[in-house]
Design a binder for this molecule. Structure first.
Ligand SMILES: Nc1ncnc2c1ncn2[C@@H]1O[C@H](COP(=O)(O)OP(=O)(O)OP(=O)(O)O)[C@@H](O)[C@H]1O
Length: 500
């Protein structure tokens, strides 16, 4: 196999912080190469260098054996390098086709619409997926948007494919399909770099792997030579084993939904007559295949989507059906949203402001217009340390500069600060390394044991089975089954797919 990419001695600093420290990486044509490492290890930054988004301070790059300088994304594309980022780079109001043309102006516009339509249809057929090319991208599911990104990359002629945590947003089935596609593309001669925290995916689908720690590439191996425990240790420095710990003191309902339906507003997932109770001292796990109403439910509970009918109450029958998000927060509802960039953080604001914003109306930091920044800074500094948010050189830095996993830790630090009574946790460990995920799970259990009621919405059935005291299953916008823990995995799985 020939080397598709060779990185030697690559370094990159941001404001004096060495995010990449003399990293080496060799990726071959025809292989799926996993890039692993704990949150903030430097994986995305290294790949952004290959994709031409960051310029390295030091080091050399060879593509197909030739030394190259990648001065920008256009250079990367010319060299056959394509990247699907953690946060898709799509224009939501444009159709999939328009997005693909936008990224490939020469190939697209020059050949005309009919030619590109035919080329896309042939490509989609070859790699076995369907996407409605005419719909605005914003109306497509996350998995469909990812397909648009993949098509965009392949239409551009990419032979070195980089996918940054592509399966984090996919259901098990979608992830398996994607990984099979990547294997197929590799068998056709492409080089695939898979940045991931999912060690199971690596064991099953990668030919080789490279591990990063603190900006350095510390090991390259083939998965066959390691067992799961050895791989975990290599990635996060420890072996972590988590076990289910049942609830001890379950009390009365702290969150009740009675006959809640949503209007739809042209959205795909509409809630239909959902009735459920979450009690103090329990974790209620809501399982389901993505796109079956979970996001609609979360947005209704956050107060950003209105209900068409039904009632939502908190403890002591306080009706919050039509309450604003601010009122809900004041009444003890904390939210860890699935989309941390839309709902969890204001990327342009500082880390300290993103932390303190949770208490802006309580007056803790001196009121909306006159925030006492020193008090906020002190509290944010303590929370960042307690939650092990790494990569914080200054609390004044924009939150958008945190690595994906560390951004999630910041959201969690803020949401847990006020000892909430009800916690809505939607895919809380998405994008977290195994050690950080275990820490989040421990915090959820501790909040439960302290008397909070937790609604855990997750498409990761393992996470639900590990944490939940009761399990509900959503399908087509309805709550179709409930199980007490310990639940039978197969029975839950069957309920997830049997009510379509
Ligand atoms: N543009 C930037 N400006 C300042 N710091 C940055 C920038 N991009 C990345 N960093 C920092 O570089 C470090 C490595 O981040 P990176 O996103 O590469 O990590 P990662 O391994 O991909 O983490 P995760 O698994 O959490 O996504 C982090 O400390 C991050 O805050």
């Amino acid at each position: 196999m020939t080397s598709a990419l060779e990185l030697s001695g690559i370094s990159k600093s941001f404001d004096g912080f060495r995010a990449i420290a003399a990293a080496d990486l060799e990726v071959r044509s025809g292989e799926v190469h996993a890039l692993l490492g704990e949150n903030g290890a430097g994986k995305s930054s290294l790949m952004n260098i290959v994709a031409g988004l960051y310029a390295p301070d030091e080091g050399s790059i060879r593509v197909q054996g030739r030394p190259v300088r990648i001065a920008g994304p256009l250079d990367a594309r010319r060299l056959g390098i394509g990247m699907v980022h953690q946060h898709y780079k799509l224009v939501k109001s444009f159709s999939a086709l328009e997005n693909i043309l936008l990224a490939n102006p020469k190939g697209g516009f020059a050949r005309g619409r009919a030619a590109i339509d035919t080329a896309l249809a042939r490509l989609a057929d070859r790699i076995g997926f369907t996407v409605d090319l005419t719909k605005p991208v914003g109306a497509l599911s996350i998995a469909e948007q990812q397909r648009v990104e993949i098509l965009k990359m392949l239409v551009g002629g990419a032979r070195l494919l980089i996918l940054d945590e592509p399966t984090a947003v996919l259901t098990d089935m979608e992830a398996e399909r994607l990984l099979a596609l990547l294997r197929h593309l590799a068998s056709e001669g492409a080089a695939v770099i898979l940045v991931t925290h999912k060690l199971g995916d690596v064991m099953r689908h990668a030919d080789r792997l490279t591990v990063m720690r603190n900006g350095k590439t510390i090991a390259t191996a083939s998965p066959g030579t390691l067992n799961a425990g050895e791989l975990t240790k290599l990635v996060v420095g420890t072996t972590t084993t988590e076990c289910a710990v049942p609830a001890q003191n379950v009390g009365g309902p702290v969150l009740s939904l009675t006959g809640v339906s949503s209007g739809g507003n042209g959205r795909r997932e509409t809630l239909s007559d959902v009735t459920m109770r979450i009690c103090s001292g329990e974790i209620y796990g809501l399982a389901g295949v993505g796109g079956n109403g979970q996001t609609e439910l979360a947005e209704i509970l956050m107060g950003v989507v209105t209900t068409a009918s039904g009632r939502i109450t908190l403890e002591d029958a306080v009706d919050i059906t039509d309450a604003t998000p601010k009122t809900r927060r004041a009444r003890g509802l904390a939210v860890i949203p699935a989309d941390r960039h839309s709902y969890g953080l204001a990327g342009e604001l500082s880390i300290a402001d993103n932390y303190a914003i949770g208490d802006v109306y309580s007056g803790k930091y001196g009121g909306v217009l006159r925030m006492k920044s020193s008090a906020a800074q002190t509290a944010a500094g303590a929370a960042v340390a307690a939650h092990d948010v790494q990569g914080v050189r200054s609390l004044a830095h924009k939150a958008a500069l945190l690595s994906g996993g560390n951004a999630q830790k910041l959201v969690i630090a803020r949401e847990f600060a006020g000892a909430p009574r009800v916690i809505l946790a939607h895919s809380p460990s998405r994008g977290l390394d195994v050690r950080a995920a275990a820490a989040v799970h421990a915090r959820l259990r501790a909040a439960r044991d302290g008397g909070a009621g937790i609604l855990l919405i997750s498409e990761d059935l393992d996470e639900i089975l590990l944490l939940a005291d009761r399990i509900g299953v959503m399908s087509s916008g309805r709550l179709v089954a409930e199980f007490a823990a310990p639940a039978d995995r197969q029975a839950v799985g069957e309920a997830m797919v049997s009510h379509g």
